[in-house]
Design a protein around this ligand. Structure first.
Ligand code: APR
Length: 406
């Protein structure tokens, strides 16, 4: 303890990296740093229980599985089941199976719900002696442009803490404080609002044989596995629609119609919310000793399942760059972090945007949408009939291997 201007504070601390946020990005950074023998402190504002139950993405794609495997972590952090890489696109009730297999060797993708990955990353980090602090309040970042930034926060009992470090990993998502700590004028935000709303529903209902995306004149719908007895559904709706307008009966009727599955088995709905499909990229992804990782830097339309996987790639690149600095006094990768990440970010943004537009425009029966409907149907026809187009789609689903050329 120490007294600073009359206020009781914890003794000042120091570490190499302070990680803000304990979601997929933060806990991947923390575990990879641990594997490098680089000390870090993770500050998470919520409780462990809250973070552990937050349900989001569901597929750890092939490249990300292989990334964890390259760090010797795949067996410890990847729950769920191997994914056969088959995706079903159902257009006006007609089923088309596409594969994410790009012919490369190695471990396949996994159907691993995000909360399972985060729970396992957290357990692994703590089991290995990691310093993870939940309920960290009022986190603030200082001296980011210098060589020794300072992070301040309060513990749940209100006691102020100060940690000096070499780097700050901003893993606190789109509504965190890291990006907000960057001075005005440094970051450029590239944003698009797709003008589309999705009602997302979580239910204790049988998962589909394959992740299912459906095009119908009534609008887009999707059905994803989220565990042996749990399903995630999406229903296109007006962006300003309200969840209360969707009774259980309306939800299941709309799903049966749009999925062209009259025998769809319903189940108790445990969560429902509506969100707008939007995409956002902040450039650059770093400022001084602050490095933005995952949703803190970019938001991608959920259509391609890229949000969580991009967070994992950013984490891998950031830790490799810090390792080069600590082990070899080489800052090349740190200087190049943003450019390297943004190459993949824009690649995945393009894929997600293409898939979002294609699967929504193809079902747009309005007069104003007829031209884009024709374009979207042509893209789908090419995907279903051209082996080359299918291979290109598979590579984008898998996660292109851009590491060799950054
Ligand atoms: N101080 C400390 N922790 C914070 C703060 C703060 N001021 N603000 C946010 N956090 C924490 C949140 O409580 C959350 O646990 O940071 C974490 C951010 O996690 P995510 O939002 O999941 O972001 P990320 O780790 O980048 O993962 C991206 O999560 O939201 C999904 O769709 C997204 O699948 C993608 C993935």
């Amino acid at each position: 303890m120490a007294q600073v201007s009359g206020e009781l504070t914890a003794a000042p601390e120091s570490t190499t990296v302070v990680v803000i946020g304990a979601g997929p990005a933060g806990m991947t950074v923390a575990n990879l740093l641990m594997r490098c023998g680089i000390d870090c402190v993770v500050l998470e504002r919520r409780t462990r229980e809250y973070v552990a139950q937050r349900q989001r993405a569901g597929i750890v794609e092939t490249r990300a599985v292989r990334m964890f495997d390259s760090w010797g972590l795949a067996d410890r952090v990847l729950g769920g089941v191997p994914y056969d890489g088959i995706l079903e696109l159902r257009v006006d009730g007609e089923s088309h199976l596409v594969s994410d297999s790009d012919g490369s060797e190695g471990l396949p993708a996994r159907l691993c719900p995000q909360q399972i990955l985060v729970q396992k990353l957290t357990a692994t980090f703590l089991a290995d002696g990691g310093d993870l602090r939940f309920e960290a309040a009022d986190v603030s970042l200082h001296d980011l442009a210098g060589d020794r930034p300072t992070v301040r926060y309060r513990t749940a009992d209100g006691l102020p803490h100060t940690i000096t470090c070499a780097f700050v990993a901003g893993c606190d998502g789109d509504h965190g404080i890291s990006r907000a700590a960057v001075p005005d004028g440094v970051l450029t935000a590239h944003a698009v609002d797709h003008g589309i709303g999705w009602l997302t529903v979580l239910a204790d209902a049988p998962p589909p044989a394959h992740p299912l995306l459906a095009v119908s004149p009534d609008g887009f719908a999707a059905h994803f596995p989220r565990g042996p007895h749990t399903s995630r559904y999406y229903l296109q709706c007006p962006p300003d629609d309200h969840p209360d307008a969707w009774t259980d009966t309306r939800v299941w009727n709309a799903l049966r119609t749009r999925l062209a599955d009259p025998a769809l088995t319903p189940g108790p709905i445990t969560d429902r919310e509506i969100f707008r499909l939007r995409s956002l990229v902040h450039d650059p992804m770093q400022y001084g000793r602050l490095f933005l990782v995952g949703d803190a830097a970019h938001i991608v339309s959920p259509m391609g399942g890229k949000g969580m996987n991009l967070a994992l790639y950013d984490a891998d690149l950031f830790v490799r760059a810090v390792r080069d600095h600590v082990r070899d006094q080489d800052d090349t990768a740190l200087r190049d972090y943003s450019r390297s990440c943004l190459r993949r970010v824009w690649n995945d943004q393009e894929f997600s945007h293409w898939l979002t537009r294609t699967l929504h425009d193809a079902g747009d029966d309005t007069d104003s949408g007829s031209f884009h409907r024709g374009l979207a149907r042509a893209r789908l026809d090419r995907l279903f009939t051209s082996p080359t187009a299918a291979r290109a789609f598979a590579e984008l689903m898998t996660g292109p291997d851009l590491t060799g050329t950054t």
